[in-house]
Ligand binder design. Structure first.
Ligand code: KMH
Ligand code: ZN
Length: 276
């Protein structure tokens, strides 16, 4: 029976801790979150680090990043993926240094995109540098697709530099960001039909109210799942998420019902070909 990679994105860079106190932002909370989510069926954790001494703001501080990777490795078997997207205010040069923390995987967004009232910058030169650095530093990228044209940028990167470290190509559709690709079945089907031939697996997430319908559509289409408070803060209308494990549990239950049970962390490592 084919299984499902469940990625949890527990924190993100956009939600303020002051507005949502259950958001995990300290290292201790992140580790506890990772352990519970692993128990609930997650195979990979997508991490944005916060600085509790600076109002829980997003940070790319190299020591915090390295400590976070190490703590998650010691406490769980999850594939540890660091965000190189950071927040919309992080400089490109600093985003490249995320790889120095030696995560298993890193996100690599395949183009600039409108991001609510902001712009999330990913010019071609930056993507190229990140792609090559990830190859050199033996980190497996996950290609974030916020717009269908990002798939053409991914092809351009593969054509120019060859396959990523490990030889697999995993794509994640991030749908329903205000101003970008909508969180609709039609958009997801269009994306899946346009995937470059080199792609070996894909997952999808829907921001906000697209979270559940995109998960259901992705499962039906043979894709994998990403869930978490980075993308969605509500279980249902009027019912806030209290812990990321609730979203992982719901995803695992849905996947099991669809005869695609959650994959183990070993299977996740094999799927993505992360370094041993
Ligand atoms: N925080 C967004 C600006 C990623 O992690 O690579 C970018 C983002 C994507 O979350
Ligand atoms: Zn992210």
């Amino acid at each position: 029976m084919p299984s499902t990679l469940i990625t949890v994105a527990p924190t993100g860079a956009e939600t303020a801790r002051a507005d949502f106190p259950q958001l995990p932002t300290t290292l201790q909370e992140l580790v506890e979150t990772a352990q519970r989510c692993e128990g609930a069926g997650a195979g990979l954790i997508h991490v944005h680090v916060r600085d509790p001494e600076a109002g829980h703001a997003p940070t790319l501080d190299p020591v915090r990043l390295r400590d976070t990777v190490q703590a998650l490795r010691e406490a769980t078997d999850l594939v540890v993926q660091l965000s190189t997207g950071g927040s919309v205010r992080d400089p490109l040069e600093k985003r490249l240094t995320v790889l120095d923390a030696e995560p298993d995987s890193c996100s690599l967004t395949c183009g600039t995109v409108n991001f609510g009232d902001d712009v999330f910058l990913n010019p071609h030169g930056f993507m190229s540098d990140l792609y090559v650095r990830a190859q050199e530093q033996e980190v497996v990228p996950e290609f974030e697709i916020f717009e269908l044209g990002h798939l053409a940028s991914l092809s351009r990167l593969i054509d120019a530099h060859g396959l990523p470290f490990g030889g697999k190509v995993h794509v994640d559709f991030v749908t329903n960001v205000p101003g970008a690709m909508p969180g609709t079945v039609e958009a997801l089907v269009a994306g899946a039909q346009m995937l470059p031939a080199e792609v070996t697996s894909w997952s999808a997430t829907g921001i906000g109210r697209a979270h559940l319908p995109i998960a259901a559509a992705a499962l039906a289409m043979g894709g994998h799942l990403r869930v978490g408070m980075e993308d969605n803060l509500m279980m249902a209308r009027g019912q806030q998420v209290q812990h990321n494990a609730e979203l992982v549990e719901r995803a695992a239950s849905l996947a099991t019902t669809m005869q695609r049970p959650p994959m183990s962390t070993d299977e996740a490592r094999e799927l993505l070909a992360v370094k041993d």
